[in-house]
Design a protein around this ligand. Structure first.
Ligand SMILES: *[C@@H]1O[C@H](CO)[C@@H](O)[C@H](O)[C@H]1NC(C)=O
Ligand SMILES: *[C@@H]1O[C@H](CO)[C@@H](O)[C@H](O)[C@H]1NC(C)=O
Ligand SMILES: *[C@@H]1O[C@H](CO)[C@@H](O)[C@H](O)[C@H]1NC(C)=O
Ligand SMILES: *[C@@H]1O[C@H](CO)[C@@H](O)[C@H](O)[C@H]1NC(C)=O
Ligand SMILES: *[C@@H]1O[C@H](CO)[C@@H](O)[C@H](O)[C@H]1NC(C)=O
Ligand SMILES: *[C@@H]1O[C@H](CO)[C@@H](O)[C@H](O)[C@H]1NC(C)=O
Ligand SMILES: *[C@@H]1O[C@H](CO)[C@@H](O)[C@H](O)[C@H]1NC(C)=O
Ligand SMILES: *[C@@H]1O[C@H](CO)[C@@H](O)[C@H](O)[C@H]1NC(C)=O
Length: 900
């Protein structure tokens, strides 16, 4: 133990004193620390990487043999990373990272490996040691962080990655950025660094204090200048940001016998390249010439003045060959050095919404999936596929997810979602926001209900629900999925006729292994009633036995008599069942009647009020909402509970109970209900103004009707409603689904909160939170709630904060357009509003709001969406602040009217 501690202390000590010369970091991979020529101190790489085995390999280089340490990675991990620190030297804008890979048959297998190398988020190279051994890779990294990961990424079937050394060299401040667009997001990979006109070996440290390796000019032209060629001035000080060493500039390639001087260089990959030419006036004459790159004149009439130094920078896009030609104008064209780099764009990060959603999902799996850094780059995480920086596929089969968590609804780019065999129970839910989803595999789970969101998956092509516990009949609305090609419902407990909407060409419906499921309605009638509930099947089984006895008893005493008897038996069973059902219902109705004055409707009344469910006006958390008119002329909204089996009678009764206890002018009022077998219907007052979402995102004319003062009024009204739920009613109520489409407007634009389908009540005696399964709408969900499962009123405050941000910015909480950060309204708006950047305020409001009023509203909105629930204000305080903002805007308008 003691020895180990000592080692660690020692090695960090080495980092400090042996990083010689200043700012150099030289790692001997798999070797030990030592000091080499020119006092360059090499360190063992032990403290920079934790994986891999080490060995040494001896190889002959010219007539000297050398022993080279290497580190290789036989374990199956897909990436092996060095964490390279960047903070050890001040004023760094970029560093040169040089990695050397050596195979030299260290394993006696004679099979050189190939693998990829990544730096930060970018894969830079495929190293193929069959073509070069050793392979030297040089990368210019724009320092933007305390550290960067250099990783070796195994390629399947191509052997074990191996590395021999890693050198980091600070480069001159701002070097390699001239005329290079977006340079802070670019890695430069060296293709060529040529010391023109020089043939006697490489030049590096200490001649070049930055330890770049300048290669000799291999394709040496017959006519050339050199350091001995009539040099006038010793080049001591000059002003080029890249600061090439004087010894390199003191030689040049000079025009050959023809009229032009050319370099033709082949490039490994088709790509964009950055080219730097260095010139020094080492001749007594001042030459001038045109610079042509790949037949395009890039610089006309460039002059190299005697004893002066200059440089030219070019970028050349999509090339795989390079021809640099200097065409004579006056005297002999020359070039003293040149560098060519491949330009590698660093890919953008995945959106932070995606990353945090995935992190939460990883928690739900209760496994370490090894999800670190960026999900898509340099390599997608396990279980994930990406397109660019967008996560488009997620495969979590065989994990133990248990339910479809709302976080999945935040992965807006998903095209494929595979959750087969993940112990899912309950309903198919929380996926309605996945508009790009094409394949959804939920097979081999214990899902019971279709839920109401499948119909929103407009791009769905394959829906696999086989081997679940789905009950009841198949959703009519699945027919709305026009792109659906395959619907697999095999091995569920589904009954009844399949909706005709699913009988169409191009759609294959698999239905085997269900009690009774087919397109033809006739064959299923009887069976569907027998499998309805277990209580019903038991008496029929009993009767079966009796029947047998009767058959024996009666013998041949006549088929007709027997048939009559059977009919009698069945009728009496049926009526008994019906009576029992009716008794249950009446009991429930009576119970309900006792609570309140709300009315009980018969299904017939509802049917006639809605003219047979003719006009759909919206969708709530559990089903469609229809417009209706009662005989007394009162207009109502009729909410039909969708998929009756989904929630038992208990939950319906609870909702009715809850609804009938709350009355407030800013809550949509409850008129009554219908509770009959298979009919669970809620009747509300009808609000002709539609929802806030209709106004914010509907046609432009509607948006114009919402000026700043009316938006504040809506906000104040809704806050009043929530305040009543949180503090005014007993028991108190958490709404759980606050969002723009649940805030409705009446004729006078008074706002009312609606849809209590997910609401939960809690008494003051309850603890300060309720632990519960996460429900709600993607984009409005309190992040703390879905990571802790602790529900408090502050979750409503969060969702309401999102509504406030929508009112301010006129944007939906989750969208696809724009940069990755604008995906999420909260993440986008928060920093902008905090900085007082009111440019993000809805265009329609421009120049019509009082800045003070806006500031107040923005500030309360930001506090509502604090990640930490304890940092969010209670709704009462939100209400007070909004009222002040409203008053400010009113006086602003009054003042404006006065000056007019
Ligand atoms: C190497 O370092 C030692 C002590 O720091 C110094 O005496 C010596 O001159 C250095 N040698 C070179 C070549 O820089
Ligand atoms: C690598 O090291 C591990 C543990 O040190 C050892 O078990 C394994 O055999 C080694 N693999 C090779 C290929 O040398
Ligand atoms: C710096 O690195 C950390 C950890 O690797 C990462 O989370 C962060 O986004 C990086 N910052 C920048 C500016 O790239
Ligand atoms: C080449 O360099 C070596 C030392 O690196 C030197 O001894 C030799 O004289 C040089 N040759 C020429 C032609 O400059
Ligand atoms: C070096 O050149 C840059 C522009 O290329 C200029 O801004 C700077 O003043 C120059 N420095 C000296 C010391 O000449
Ligand atoms: C290089 O470009 C020059 C001028 O554009 C041309 O004359 C020459 O033939 C080219 N050389 C090669 C090898 O393509
Ligand atoms: C489901 O996963 C378990 C292990 O988690 C496995 O034993 C079983 O075979 C899997 N079933 C299917 C149908 O994939
Ligand atoms: C399916 O639709 C076709 C034509 O629309 C019809 O002929 C056929 O009978 C239907 N199949 C079933 C099983 O209802």
């Amino acid at each position: 133990m003691l020895i180990w501690v000592n080692l660690v202390v020692l090695s960090s000590f080495w980092v400090l004193i042996f990083s010689n010369p200043e700012g150099f970091l030289s790692l001997s991979c798999g070797g030990s620390s030592y000091t080499a020529a020119y006092n360059i101190s090499w360190l063992s790489d032990n403290t920079y990487i934790e994986t891999g085995n080490t060995t040494t390999v001896t190889y002959i280089n010219g007539n000297s043999a050398s022993s080279v340490p290497i580190r290789f990675f036989p374990d199956s991990r897909s990436r092996q990373c060095y964490k390279i620190p960047m903070s050890w030297k001040k004023d760094l804008s970029s560093v040169l990272i040089r990695a050397t890979f050596v195979y030299r048959n260290y394993d006696s297998q004679n099979s050189p490996p190939a693998f990829q190398v990544s730096l930060g988020r970018r894969i830079t190279t495929t190293v193929d040691l069959r073509t070069n051994d050793p392979w030297i890779e040089e990368l210019v990294w724009p320092v933007n962080n305390d550290s960067v990961l250099l990783c070796l990424l195994a390629v399947k079937g191509r052997g074990i990655p191996v590395i021999s050394s890693l050198e980091v060299r600070p480069l001159p401040l701002n070097a390699y950025r001239n005329s290079l667009e977006g340079s802070s997001n670019i890695i430069l990979r060296r293709s060529y660094r040529i010391n023109s006109g020089y043939t006697n070996g490489t030049i590096r440290y200490p001649s070049d204090p930055y330890d770049r390796i300048w290669d000799p000019d291999q394709n040496f032209a017959p006519f050339h200048g050199s350091s001995s060629f009539n040099r006038l001035t010793k080049l001591t000080s000059y002003n080029i940001t890249e600061n090439p060493p004087a010894s390199v500039l003191e030689t040049a390639r000079i025009l050959d016998s023809k009229d032009s001087l050319s370099y033709t260089l082949s490039l490994n990959t088709l790509g964009d390249y950055y080219i730097i030419l260095y010139f020094a006036g080492i001749l007594p004459l001042s030459a001038s010439f045109d610079v042509t790159i790949n037949n395009e004149v890039k610089q006309y009439d460039y002059s190299v003045t005697s004893s002066e130094v200059g440089s030219l920078y070019f970028t050349q896009k999509r090339i795989s060959n390079l021809n640099i030609t200097l065409g004579k104008i006056k005297f002999n064209p020359q070039v003293n050095a040149l560098e060519v780099y491949e330009i590698l764009q660093i890919p953008p990060e995945a959106s932070s919404t995606t990353v945090s959603a995935l992190k939460v999902i990883e928690q739900f799996t209760s496994q370490d999936l090894g999800w670190q850094d960026d999900p898509c780059t340099p390599l997608p995480w396990n279980h994930i596929e990406c397109e660019g920086n967008r996560v488009t596929s997620l495969f979590l089969s065989q994990t133990n997810l248990r339910s479809i968590s709302p976080t999945l609804g935040d992965l807006l780019d998903l095209k494929t979602l595979d959750l087969h065999n993940t112990s899912l129970t309950g309903a198919v839910q929380n996926l309605g926001s996945l508009k790009h989803l094409q394949k959804l595999n939920l097979s081999f789970n214990q899902l019971k209900y279709f839920g109401s969101e499948l119909e929103d998956l407009v791009n769905l092509e394959v829906l696999d629900l086989q081997n679940n516990s789905l009950q009841g009949s198949v959703l009519e609305t699945l027919g709305k999925l026009k792109k659906l090609r395959l619907l697999n419902l095999e091995n569920n407990s589904l009954v009844g006729p399949l909706p005709q909407s699913l009988n169409r060409t191009g759609l294959e419906v698999r239905i085997m292994g269900n009690p009774c499921l087919s397109f033809s309605s006739l064959s299923c009638n009887n069976v569907s009633s027998t499998v309805d509930t277990p209580q019903v099947t038991i008496p029929i089984n009993k009767k079966h036995k009796k029947q047998n006895r009767i058959v024996i008893l009666l013998g041949v005493s006549g088929g007709a008599l027997f048939a009559t008897f059977l009919v009698f038996v069945f009728v009496s069973i049926y009526t008994r069942r019906q009576r029992k059902k009716e008794r249950d219902i009446t009991r429930a109705q009576l119970k309900m009647q006792n609570w309140n004055s709300s009315r009980i409707f018969s299904h017939k009344e509802i049917k006639s009020a809605t003219r047979n469910f003719k006009e759909v006006i919206g969708r709530g958390s559990f089903g469609a909402v229809y417009r209706g008119k009662l005989p007394d002329g009162k207009e109502v909204a009729v909410k039909v509970r969708f998929d009756r089996t989904q929630l038992g009678a208990d939950s319906f009764i609870n909702e009715v109970q809850l609804l009938s206890q709350i009355r407030h002018q800013n809550l949509v009022s409850f008129e009554g209900f219908c509770y009959e077998p298979k009919q669970q219907i809620l009747v509300y007052e009808y609000l002709p103004g539609g929802s806030l979402a209709d106004h914010l995102y509907g046609p432009r004319s509607k948006r114009h009707s919402l000026n700043w003062v009316s938006r504040l009024k809506v906000a104040v009204d809704a806050a009043e409603g929530l305040d009543y739920l949180h503090n005014g009613s007993e028991p108190r109520i958490i709404h759980r689904d606050v969002k723009c489409s649940n805030i409705l407007l009446d004729k006078e634009m008074n706002a009312k909160v609606s849809d209590f389908g997910l609401s939960k009540q809690f008494t003051k005696a309850d603890a300060s939170h309720v632990t519960t399964v996460v429900k709600g709408t993607a984009g409005y969900l309190d992040p703390e709630y879905y990571s802790t499962l602790q529900l408090t009123e502050k979750s409503d405050v969060y969702s309401f904060g999102v509504v406030l941000l929508e009112l301010i910015c006129g944007r939906e909480p989750l969208t696809h357009s724009g940069s990755p950060d604008s995906f999420n309204l909260v993440l986008w708006a928060r920093p902008n509003l905090q900085a007082g950047a009111f440019e993000i305020v809805d265009d329609i409001l421009k120049d019509t709001f009082d800045p003070e009023s806006m500031r107040k509203a923005a500030s309360i909105a930001i506090r509502c969406v604090e990640r930490d629930a304890s940092g969010r204000p209670p709704i009462a305080e939100v209400l007070t602040q909004l009222k002040e903002a409203y008053t400010l805007q009113l006086s602003y308008l009054a003042a404006a009217a006065h000056t007019d």
